[in-house]
Design a protein around this ligand. Sequence first.
Ligand SMILES: NC(=O)c1ccc[n+]([C@@H]2O[C@H](COP(=O)([O-])OP(=O)(O)OC[C@H]3O[C@@H](n4cnc5c(N)ncnc54)[C@H](O)[C@@H]3O)[C@@H](O)[C@H]2O)c1
Length: 321
Amino acid sequence: MSDRPMKRILVTGTAGQIGSELVMMLRDMYGNDNVVAGINRSPPSDKVRDSGPLEVININNKRDLYDLVDKYDIDTIYNMAAILSAVGEKKPMLAWDVNMNGFHNILECAREKELVRVLNPSSIAAFGPETPRDNTPQETVLKPRTMYGVTKVAGELLGDYYFRRFGVDVRGLRYPGIISSETLPGGGTTDYAVAIYYEAIQNKKYECFVKEDTILPMMYMPDALKALIDLAKAPLEDLVHHCDFNVGSMSFSVKELADAIRVHIPELEVTYEPDFRQEIADSWPMSIDDTAAREEWGWSPSHDITSMTKDMIEKLSKTLL
Ligand SMILES: NC(=O)c1ccc[n+]([C@@H]2O[C@H](COP(=O)([O-])OP(=O)(O)OC[C@H]3O[C@@H](n4cnc5c(N)ncnc54)[C@H](O)[C@@H]3O)[C@@H](O)[C@H]2O)c1
């Protein structure tokens, strides 16, 4: 299946934090008309709307999904549609429905229509409190306590099953918290690491919903896009893993992040009001062992907290001030 040349790509969830930037990068790489942006209820950015084909697609509607794939002769799907951790704890059944039943529709579509490839991100939310938190191994305990995490583990297993049982080329990686300046995150536990930049620039103060010493792994958007695209392009025969690659980049506490921002905005004041997301953060890794991704498809991130912070502040200052 995966030897066919690529024709057309569908990216679902393109009003979201990652999908909105991924679709633009794929359009640059493969041509605007070859990359269909799928949106659900949220509106797309002007850039996404104006640069290529745009379609409303709810991945829970199997018939619509199949029709869309036929209409554009799609052969590769990047599934960026999901319900993330914090929203998922408020609406667990919705998280199950979108992240499992919606993803299953995509896998069935790929199997029945013999698509070339499916990309579906997993998350560090696949881990839980019993997992070693420092340099979390590739193969380890997967007992998450959130519905989001449950769906991410099950999604990894389901994707691997579809590869082994049906030969569908499904690939995925366990993203850490993603930091970006274009589209606000959609309700995850690491959203504070984006919000702090917006608040620092606009108001010079930020009230954080996790404690100052909370350390989580993070990644800057350019690296997040590179990771997914590099994984998508890797020769199938080089892959031992498929849907569950650990990918690391940087790890820091909220205090370290605030200090990095204060290099540019010294007046920044941060206060702390931990809420239910603290418990989620405490159940996730602090750092990631990504040896498998490095060995199997050459993963290597480019940004650290210093280069990311400089870039975030430059970009956001242009749009917010
Ligand atoms: N952003 C992060 O920090 C992060 C970290 C780890 C993993 N991930 C994973 O990356 C992927 C993309 O995440 P994101 O941050 O861009 O999410 P997001 O919440 O910003 O966007 C998700 C999009 O999916 C859409 N959506 C929801 N239900 C849908 C449905 N039934 N059909 C079609 N679209 C639907 C929403 O409208 C939204 O635009 C997800 O699989 C997520 O689990 C993200």
